[in-house]
Design a protein around this ligand. Structure first.
Ligand SMILES: Cc1cc2nc3c(=O)[nH]c(=O)nc-3n(C[C@H](O)[C@H](O)[C@H](O)COP(=O)(O)O)c2cc1C
Length: 275
């Protein structure tokens, strides 16, 4: 059985904090391990008890201290595979940008070197404010940009032009995720334009390329994100997948590029997927 993914859910003091309870509930339902860290202001919007009940774990407040874990912020940063901050206030966005660490959640973020996912949420004028926009722009540049494309798009010339551009400008924070299910819009890839050895093709464009043999396996997916980018090049990760995976009646059929499930087919899909 693959290892459970550990998500540290950071909750900051915005009006959307009430939605974090639903996020916690859904993550638990999906079998993730979830720990919640709240800012002081977040507790004005929602109580720790809500998260404690949903996650069955204790919730860490802004000033959390533990006798037997004096380096709690380091321990929690190491524990998390992913940190998701939802909602992220304008204030917290600016804190992360400047590397401030004046409470538990911001200190964990500073000690953390993996995937940080932010869900900014605020009034539209606060979002449009130059200060917030400039903060956001800098954070985006500092961070990685993920682009999801299909193998059908790898049959298009503009995709290869873009790869040339990315390599020329050494866009090292660009990660291209390729859903390689060998099916394009209307047919099997090989019946239209075969890509043959896609890894070699991409590498020949001076782009790092990782081949994930089983694109449905979460541990393999997570491992592929840990590539050490020594040459500071853009990276492409190929996920070998099966269209319609898990519903054997529908697997590998190009028809599902555009067709909707009928009521009867929905029943079959739900049954196969265990809903
Ligand atoms: C009623 C109320 C609602 C607020 N809603 C938001 C919000 O949705 N987004 C936001 O960025 N800030 C909002 N704020 C401002 C933050 O609460 C404030 O900046 C706070 O210092 C954020 O602290 P934190 O990021 O440490 O949680 C709101 C303030 C109040 C009083």
């Amino acid at each position: 059985m693959s290892k459970k993914i550990k998500i540290l859910l950071g909750v900051t003091g915005g009006i959307a904090a009430y939605k974090s309870a639903e996020i916690a509930r859904l993550l638990i339902k999906k079998n993730y391990l979830v720990k919640v860290v709240m800012t002081r202001t977040a507790e004005d919007f929602i109580t720790p008890l809500t998260f404690e009940t949903l996650t069955n774990e204790k919730v860490y407040p802004y000033n959390a201290v533990e006798k037997d874990s004096p380096m709690l912020h380091i321990d929690l940063a190491r524990w998390a595979d992913i940190i998701l901050i939802a909602p992220t206030t304008a204030e917290f966005l600016s804190k992360i940008l400047h590397g401030r660490a004046d409470d538990m959640l911001s200190t964990i973020c500073l000690a953390y070197d993996k995937k940080l996912v932010l869900a900014p949420s605020m009034n539209k004028n606060m979002w449009a404010n130059k200060a917030t926009q400039e903060n956001y722009k800098i954070l985006k540049k500092r961070d990685k940009i993920y682009v999801l494309i299909s193998d059908g798009e790898c049959q298009e010339g503009t995709t290869w032009e873009t790869l040339l551009f990315a390599a020329k400008h050494k866009l090292e924070n660009l990660i291209i995720l390729i859903d390689y299910n060998k099916i394009q819009a209307l047919s099997k890839l090989n019946d239209a334009l075969p890509l043959h050895n896609l890894v070699k093709k991409i590498q020949s464009f001076n782009i790092n390329c990782v081949d994930v043999k089983n694109g449905h396996n979460f541990s393999s997916i997570l491992k592929s994100f840990k590539l050490k980018n020594k040459k500071k090049l853009p990276t492409a990760i190929i996920f070998n997948t099966i269209k319609g995976k898990g519903v054997k009646e529908f697997e590998n059929d190009p028809v599902w590029h555009a067709r909707k499930l009928s009521k009867e087919e929905l029943v079959i899909a739900k049954k196969r997927l265990g809903f």
